[in-house]
Design a protein around this ligand. Structure first.
Ligand code: GLU
Length: 518
């Protein structure tokens, strides 16, 4: 019988979630939903030294913003679940709260000869490392060195027993088999083989804090939570042989999950991993939401930069996956239908900031005027602008096509709310010449006297007709009017602006430019 698809996103709360991490969560989510399976969140917080307060909350909020909603592990209020219920049978979902579970598994491996107790202190290991490095060798705790170190493989039983009882700083290490070829399959990379001779004996469990390390906790929990596929970043590929061997040592190979390692997100030039520094340098966020660290340093976020979550999800999906068609715009539901691990690329995916903006522009174009007005009203309010909703809707309808972000609305057409007080010098020098502006002022009189339908369509044609019939230079006259209305010679159509701001305001602006420039 085939098992129900169950995948998990297992972040460590060591800081804000990088956009690559969001992509990992997204691919897991898409994979699960397409198969009618479960998407689980598990917080891997056993490394207390790397724990960052607020990071867990940030991660959940970021996923929520993206619409990547877990079936298990987080409740409706957005809290990581701590108690078992029908919906969340594997609680708690925070590994630090699962602490009592892991020791027995580590001990089981020792009993069966797959692991051993190690008593070396940090100083002893440091000395050993220094000694070997002085001899031009690198130290690894493993098959070539373990018999010369202080562990239960090299010591007699009585001593081991005593140290286990009297000391609280020992660890349990995995006994990496010697000279074995581990044969692995990756759903993206295909078949991979690694010889164990270069692999070290990783610590699995620590008596000092009675906590497992990542490797043990990860395998035990994936097993207990009945995970069917592990989809994660390629930085975990080097750990895969150990994970295979752990499944084998526990006797869990029958239900061992299948693995898929995702390639990195690369810098725009393709050279290396996309980092926060690249974002700062080139002007784009690498985090879904803004993050303020303990020093008060602010890292920008897609949300705060004005990206729509749908656009962010869409652009992330396309960084490393392609549908095999020309289609670029996908809603989350469409991604669920179209996604496949087979079409995830093996090589790294280059980030392209212009393309990211393109996605947002496309989503902005698709939004309704009403929705964009909802978003723009508070922006205006914050600027101290009072305008009726009806007016703002008209503005939005007029400039929607030109904007990439809602914040652009202001830059594109702030003059629809506030009159210019200054005029772009070079535009004024170019167009505001007596031979032009005397004609423009006559055109302004025409507009003031116009008694037809006062709409862009109603006014636009007759105004042009008037200028043309007088054989005036159309561009120059229009640019003089635009200078009066906008403060520059570029901007929206004259009839669009005038019919929005109304004759009274139009007249005021004409008077103002006359007083300033004539
Ligand atoms: N806690 C690991 C991380 O932060 C999870 C790796 C995995 O998915 O196995 O990436």
């Amino acid at each position: 019988m085939s098992r129900k698809t169950r995948v998990r996103f297992a972040p460590s709360p060591t800081g804000p979630l990088h956009m690559g991490g969001v992509r990992t969560a997204l691919y897991n989510y898409l994979f699960a939903k397409q198969r009618g399976g479960d998407f689980i969140i598990r917080i891997e917080d056993t490394d207390s030294q790397r724990f960052v307060p607020g990071a867990e909350k940030y991660i959940i909020e970021a996923l929520n913003w993206c619409g990547i909603v877990p079936d298990e592990g987080v409740d409706a209020a957005g809290n990581v679940v701590e108690t078992v219920s029908e919906r969340h049978p594997h609680a708690p979902y925070r590994q630090s709260q699962r602490k009592p579970i892991y020791r027995q598994y580590a001990e089981q491996l020792v009993e069966n000869g797959y692991a051993y107790y190690a008593f070396d202190t940090a100083e002893e290991l440091g000395a050993k490392r220094a000694e070997m490095e002085a001899a031009g060798q690198t130290f690894i705790y493993g098959q070539t060195t373990r018999m010369g170190l202080r562990n239960s493989l090299a010591m007699d039983e009585a001593e081991v027993k005593e140290l286990l009882e009297t000391r609280t700083d020992w660890t349990i290490r995995f006994k990496m088999p010697e000279n074995r070829v581990v044969k692995m399959d990756d759903l993206i990379r295909g078949h991979v083989e690694v010889n164990t001779s270069t692999l070290d004996d990783k610590v699995l469990w620590k008596r000092a804090d009675e906590l497992p390390t990542y490797h043990l906790a990860n395998i035990v929990d994936d097993h207990l939570m009945e995970i069917t596929e592990v989809i994660r970043g390629e930085e975990w590929l080097p750990s895969l042989p150990l994970h295979y061997l752990l499944y084998e040592a526990f006797g869990w190979t029958d239900t061992q999950p299948r693995f898929a390692h995702l390639s990195l997100l690369l810098k725009p030039d393709g050279k290396g991993k996309l980092s926060k520094r690249d974002g700062d340098r080139l002007g784009f966020p690498v985090f879904p939401l803004q993050w303020v660290n303990s020093e008060g340093e602010v890292s920008r976020g897609y949300r705060e930069d004005g990206y729509f979550p749908e656009a962010f999800v869409n652009l992330l999906a396309m960084l490393g996956w392609n549908p095999g068609t020309e289609q670029e715009l996908f809603s989350l539901e469409e991604l669920v239908q179209a996604f496949s691990l087979e079409r995830v690329i093996k090589s790294g995916a280059r980030f392209n900031a212009d393309k990211a903006k393109w996605y947002n522009k496309e989503y902005l174009r698709k939004k309704s005027v009403g929705e964009l007005t909802d978003l723009y009203m508070p922006v205006l309010e914050a600027k101290g602008i009072s305008a009726t909703r009806e007016y703002v809707e008209k503005v939005v309808a007029l400039i929607q096509e030109r904007a990439t972000f809602v914040a652009d609305f202001w830059d594109i057409a702030s003059y629809l709310f506030v009159a210019p007080t200054e005029f772009v010098e070079k535009d004024a020098a170019k167009f505001w010449k007596e031979e032009n502006y005397t004609l423009a002022l006559k055109a302004a009189d025409f507009i003031m006297a116009f008694d037809g339908e006062f709409t862009p369509e109603g006014l636009g044609q007759p105004l042009e007709e008037y200028i043309r019939s007088n054989e005036w230079p159309m561009g120059k006259v229009m640019n003089c009017l635009r200078l009066a209305l906008v403060g520059a010679s570029s901007g929206l159509g004259i009839a669009d602006i005038v019919t929005l701001i109304g004759k009274e305001e139009f007249a005021r602006r004409i008077e103002y430019i006359k007083s300033k420039l004539c």
